[in-house]
Design a binder for this molecule. Structure first.
Ligand code: UFG
Length: 330
């Protein structure tokens, strides 16, 4: 089997490439390195290109016959998307339509899409299942929802079967320590806490402690990056077995507050992490927890690393590596 992984030099994509190679799948990585990292490409064939560039995409599909596409390449910063919606609509929607058109033209039948819990907007109830209304609050969330709609029409019109995987809070790192999260700027809670723990940052801000939750801080459903990759492999198997399209919410169905995550980090690191109280960050819902019953029943998904200490421990291994690298560079 041969799979094209867009965004294969990024956080989740690079973990996916590793897992596919371990399954003896042939992998081509398509990445423009706008947010991905060259040193995250540790296997597979690299095709440097942009999904907005139709001829680069076409050339990649001419060189290889792909059985499936896994599409990770996307911009992911909610706050940036509020300031620069055009950038998000261009990259995440137009770029994906380009990719889909070329995939369809080359006879690809199976497509796995990285969607997001951001499609749901402010929760009407919790945990959030697949029937929950979709009212995204940001251009980022809208861009993911728009692609889900495009995919439904492409199945009807062109016979492209797809699975949309709505990630809740992707976290953790390769248990072997060779891959992890390295966004620039970093906005995600766990890497920021660990940067404060390693001394690469003075402190971590707690964005609001007056939410209607047990300790006043926001609750999120952190899901290990390797478990997300497992779900992609299962999604591919499902597509090959059933030729049916579907969407699944992916989380551990257990929420942790910001303070609880800081507590987990302090246990893992073995010392206290400097924190700073801050006002709420605009647009943060109090609680976001997934109901992943459908993914478990239909895909047979069984998260392997579903406790917060393991997620943080793997992220800590990676942070220590980044901190060491930074020290050497300075
Ligand atoms: N937080 C802090 N301090 C920080 C950073 C974050 O207190 O320095 C808080 C946030 O307010 C939030 C929680 O930690 O309550 C998690 O924040 P992240 O930025 O790590 O993640 P989000 O929940 O905001 O968003 C993530 C992805 C989105 C995706 C969403 C779906 O970044 O792309 O999960 O659940 F849509």
């Amino acid at each position: 089997m041969r799979v094209l992984v867009t965004g294969g030099a990024g956080y989740i994509g690079s973990h996916m490439v590793k897992m596919l190679l371990e399954q003896s799948v042939e992998v081509a990585i398509f990445d423009n390195f706008s947010t991905g990292h060259r040193d995250a490409v540790l296997g597979g064939t690299l095709v440097e290109g942009d999904i907005l560039d139709l001829s680069a995409l076409d050339a990649a599909f001419r060189r290889n016959r792909f059985d499936a596409v896994m599409h990770f390449a996307s911009l992911i910063q909610v706050e940036e998307s509020m300031r620069e919606p055009a950038k998000y609509f261009r990259n995440n929607i137009v770029g994906t339509v380009h990719l889909l058109d070329i995939a369809v033209a080359h006879g690809v039948k199976h497509f796995v899409f990285s969607s997001s819990a951001a499609i749901f907007g402010e929760p009407c109830y919790t945990p959030i299942d697949e029937e929950h209304p979709t009212q995204p609050l940001s251009p980022y969330g809208f861009s993911k929802l728009a692609v889900e709609r495009v995919l439904a029409d492409y199945e009807r019109a062109y016979g492209l079967h797809s699975i949309s995987l709505r990630y809740f809070n992707a976290a953790g790192a390769d248990p072997e320590g060779n891959r992890g999260e390295a966004h620039d700027p970093e906005t995600h809670l766990i890497p920021l806490i660990l940067q404060a723990a390693s001394g690469r940052r003075g402190s971590v801000k707690i964005y609001g402690d007056d939410y209607p939750t047990a300790d006043g801080t926001c609750v999120r459903d952190y899901v290990h990056v390797v478990d997300l990759c497992d779900a992609h492999l299962l999604a591919l198997e499902y597509l090959r077995r059933t030729n049916r399209s579907a969407a699944f919410n992916l989380g551990n169905s257990r929420g942790y507050s910001v303070k609880e995550v800081i507590g987990a980090a302090e246990r893992v690191v073995g010392r206290s992490v400097p924190v700073e109280r801050h006002d709420r960050r605009p647009g943060d819902p109090a609680i976001l927890v997934a109901d992943s019953t459908r993914a478990k029943a239909e895909l047979g998904w069984r998260p392997r690393f579903d406790d917060i200490d393991t997620i943080v421990r793997h992220a800590w291994q990676w942070e220590q590596r980044l901190a060491k690298k930074e020290k050497v560079a300075n």
